[in-house]
Design a protein around this ligand. Structure first.
Ligand SMILES: [Zn+2]
Length: 880
């Protein structure tokens, strides 16, 4: 799954988790069904589900029947299955005359069938008739109301990861209970129905309905089940003998061409990489007008939020194009990493998500090297490291006790730390050896499950080295290694002593951790070497004073602190350093500042040297840091001066890049231009704001006058400064557009408005049916990430019950915590503590506690470092 993204692609669900001490007994054992964690007894297991679903789109119910081939492994009188929001009318076992009693446990999310006498071991057919619900909040089967040129339409879709298949059919809804599925669904005749497998047959079902049956799925986990039905159309292609389809609402499939072309390349790459062919006969890519995640890897029918799949070469931005590719790469990688071989339990989710995230960049590097995907993805790793340095840091393989906790592990630790650790290990082993190990892992666990221990086993077996010993501490314990480098001069030769510590932010009592750190370093003669740091070591590195860069190419998951001599030598060589190393140096320097291990001046002096650097990711690192400080300055006397300093730092770079799009310019230049315009405007650059306004007015006369790549930034700035008339213009554009990329652009611009009265009007839209449900929830986040987190929070608290009913239990338990991550006032941490709904579940409590720590850490940073930053800025301004 790829989780919600805001306008900068930052994960909204990725905040911090409180380390929960639960038994870690299974953390390092190979997969065994019987010892896999979970809540269901393993005495009865499903082999095959025959499902018959009749959704009623008016009543928002589903009449269902499930015939489940089960194996009773040891005699028992109780069958325990998962079920949520279902009512049961009958249950029976073929060939068994006893009738079971049916008991639903709402809290445990189970239904228990109790037979008068024990059922003997053996195979049976279990028949259950039930009625389920269609909700509007994206869990299980949900309805989507969307706008078309022919008026409003309703369709249904499903999303079950991690634990919502139990809302669609009674099931053993844990990933280790794999089974095959036959689905028959009754839908209106005008509908197209899409599921994991191709349609096997279709026939009339009376009163304007038809019955659609699908071919049998391979053995798979329940969370991969999918059903989508509506007035849809399909654009088709073919590659590697697989039928590829892009499925959209009517009139939109032409923009699926790009996705089909890229999918053809991706299937070819993955078939070869994994040495295992994509096993289904077809792969549909389904664009939904509303989707709780950006994308979900359902086997054979991946679902996407529309703007994450459809690409219009004439109107879409480069960002959209790259996002489409990234999501495709990630979700198609899951067809192997997750679908074919599945994490045994949610504590090992990184085997699905860390690996799919790593592969998304790896395959981009192979197919689109000019995008510099690793280099341009550095912020993901940095985000994970920031989270991993806090007191509430959790291990990648943290135990997961229940479904609310399962929802919390879809975060930066699982995705981005996971991805970074995989890349570090792959680099250390060598790409070919690592690939061979992946092939072995696929072969050994296909159609089954795996744990981290199974992965280590494959890496060890293929490499002949103890790779698991090196890699497992990165997964099994929280924290970021810090490599401390101290140089000395011996007869003109430079010797560098390396030792390790744990890098923490405001956590003096952190438990010590130890890692084997593969330290790759660059020698003055241009060559690279790697030393495995396990404790302390010393390396010889050129002549005294030579610049030696550690974590060369930024492939490692650790931070580095250089002594002043080394830092000085590196600063002098900055211009000739590879861009990835420049970014890495900046990022480590800023992290040391946040950790109170460096004065802010150390970072700002480095950033000053690099402020004219037009490599997008170098500039991005500086922009991100300046924007963060600017936000932390909110409400403080130094904010205006800091804004002036930040504008002064970025302006020369923008003058160099300019407004004018040059034919044939690199895509990175266009992306940097848009980013600079947006940031400078947010920082109050009057010239940029005026030009954005002028260009927007011209756009209203002639849309073609504004290049697609400038539209997000320009629209954002116009929305930000909007008066009522401009606000109404943007709202009108948002309301009339049926293109999701455009609608997101207009509504997010409305969410960024400075005028508080207008911001309140934007928030009020979230209570109406104007936007699909998931988009209206994002609207609140956009307001919070803009200038009015206070108004967004007040709005959510005032309308909490109405919003919680609309958006479901995960909104109730985590939304306020995630919203509050935008604050740095300690009083807000207290306020969150007093907000009862976020403490109702253990998963909600984890999210709340890590948000509280984040608020308090930011508050401390403001108190301790902001005066020094203000002072540095003041002196810098005076000397200019
Ligand atoms: Zn994923």
């Amino acid at each position: 799954m790829t989780s919600l993204f805001n306008r900068f692609g930052r994960s909204l669900v990725g905040v911090l988790v409180l380390l929960l001490v639960v038994s870690a007994a299974h953390a390092d054992a190979p997969f065994s069904f019987d010892t896999t964690p979970g809540q269901l007894p393993k005495t009865v297991t499903p082999i095959h589900y025959t499902l018959n679903l009749q959704p009623n789109l008016e009543a928002l119910t589903v009449a269902g029947s499930a015939v489940i081939d089960v194996e009773v492994r040891t005699p028992t009188d109780r069958f325990v299955l998962n079920a949520v929001d279902m009512t049961f009318s009958a249950a029976s076992l073929d060939g068994v005359s006893q009738t079971p009693s049916i008991a639903v446990d709402k809290d445990a999310q189970t239904v228990t069938l109790t037979f008068p006498r024990a059922i003997e071991a053996g195979r049976y057919k279990l028949r259950i008739a039930y009625s389920g619900q269609i909700n509007k909040f994206g869990r299980g089967i949900y309805s989507i109301d969307y706008r078309t040129d022919d008026g409003r339409k309703r369709m249904i879709a499903s999303h079950s990861e991690p634990t919502d298949a139990r809302r669609i059919f009674p099931s053993w809804d844990e990933p280790a209970f794999k089974a095959t599925f036959d689905l028959t669904v009754t839908v209106p005749e005008r509908f197209m129905a899409v599921s994991n497998m191709p349609v096997a047959r279709e026939g009339p079902a009376g009163s304007g309905s038809k019955r659609v049956s699908f071919e049998r799925t391979p053995k798979m986990s329940t969370y991969l089940f999918v059903l989508v039905a509506g007035e849809l159309e399909r654009l088709t292609g073919e590659a590697e003998g697989i039928a590829i389809g892009v499925v959209t609402t009517r009139g939109k499939s032409a923009n699926g061409r790009y996705a089909i072309e890229q999918t053809a390349d991706l299937l070819k790459y993955f078939n070869e990489y994994f040495a295992a062919k994509y096993p289904l006969p077809k792969l549909d890519l389904v664009a939904l007008p509303s989707n709780s995640a950006s994308a979900m890897e359902h086997w054979g029918a991946i679902t996407f939020f529309e703007s994450g799949l459809l690409y219009d070469p004439a109107k879409s931005t480069i960002e959209t194009q790259r996002r489409v590719f990234s999501l495709l790469a990630h979700e198609i990688a899951h067809q192997w990493l997750g679908n074919l071989v599945t994490t045994a339990w949610w504590n090992d989710l990184w085997l699905n998500e860390g690996f799919a995230s790593w592969m998304q960049y790896k395959v981009a590097d192979a197919l689109h090297p000019e995008w510099q995907p690793w280099f341009n993805s550095i912020s993901a790793k940095q985000g994970a490291m920031a989270q991993d340095a806090r007191r509430s840091a959790r291990a990648i393989t943290q135990p997961v006790a229940n479904e609310t906790e399962a929802r919390t592990v879809f975060d930066a630790i699982t995705y981005s730390k996971g991805q970074a650790v995989v890349r570090m290990v792959e680099t250390y082993m060598g790409e070919d050896v690592f690939r061979d190990a992946m092939r072995r892992y696929m072969k050994e666990h296909a159609y089954s499950n795996a744990t981290s221990a199974d992965l280590w086993h494959a890496l060890d077996a293929v490499s002949g080295k103890a790779i698991g010993l090196l890699a497992s501490p990165y997964a099994a314990q929280p924290g970021v290694p810090l490599v401390i480098a101290d140089s000395r001069c011996v007869d003109g030769e430079q010797r560098i002593a390396l030792k390790q510590d744990r890098f923490t932010v405001r956590d003096p009592a952190a438990q010590a951790q130890r890692w084997q750190v593969p330290v790759r370093f660059g020698l003055p003669d241009g060559t690279a070497a790697t030393v495995l740091l396990d404790g302390e070591t010393e390396i010889a590195a050129g002549r005294c004073g030579d610049a030696v860069k550690l974590n060369l190419s930024d492939v490692g998951y650790y931070r580095v602190r250089y002594d002043t001599t080394m830092q000085g030598a590196l600063a002098r060589r900055l211009a000739s350093m590879a861009p990835a190393d420049r970014v890495n140096l900046l990022a480590d320097s800023w992290a040391l500042t946040e950790a109170n291990r460096n004065p802010p001046s150390a970072y700002f002096e480095l950033a000053d040297r690099l402020s004219g650097d037009d490599h997008r990711s170098v500039a991005d690192q500086v922009i991100r840091t300046l924007s963060r400080v600017y936000r932390l300055e909110r409400g403080r006397p130094g904010q205006a001066t800091f804004a002036a300093y930040a504008r002064g730092t970025l302006r020369p770079l923008f003058d160099h890049v300019g407004w004018q799009v040059v034919d044939g310019e690199p895509a990175d230049r266009a992306l940097l231009r848009a980013r600079l315009i947006r940031t400078l405007g947010d920082l109050g650059d009057e010239a940029v704001l005026a030009e954005a306004r002028r260009r927007f007015d011209a756009f209203l006369q002639d849309a073609a006058s504004l290049p697609p790549n400038l539209r997000d930034a320009v629209t954002h700035l116009v929305g930000r400064g909007a008066d009522r008339a401009t606000y109404q213009t943007l709202l009108g554009l948002g309301r009339t557009s049926t293109n999701t990329e455009e609608r997101v652009r207009y509504y997010s611009a409305l969410a960024g408005v400075l005028d508080p009265a207008l911001a309140r009007e934007t928030l009020a839209i979230a209570l109406t049916e104007e936007l699909p449900n998931d988009v209206s929830r994002r609207l609140i986040n956009w307001v919070a990430e803009g200038e009015h987190p206070d108004l967004a929070l007040e709005f959510v608290k005032t309308n909490f019950e109405a919003l919680a009913t609309k958006h479901g239990s995960s909104f109730r338990n985590t939304f306020v915590s995630n919203l509050m991550a935008n604050f740095s006032d300690p009083a807000r941490a207290e306020e969150l503590k007093a907000f009862a709904p976020v403490y109702e579940t253990s998963g909600g409590r984890m999210v709340a506690e890590r948000t509280r720590e984040r608020i308090l850490a930011d508050a401390e940073f403001v108190a301790e470092q902001m005066p020094a930053i203000d002072e540095w800025v003041r002196r810098r301004r005076n000397s200019q």
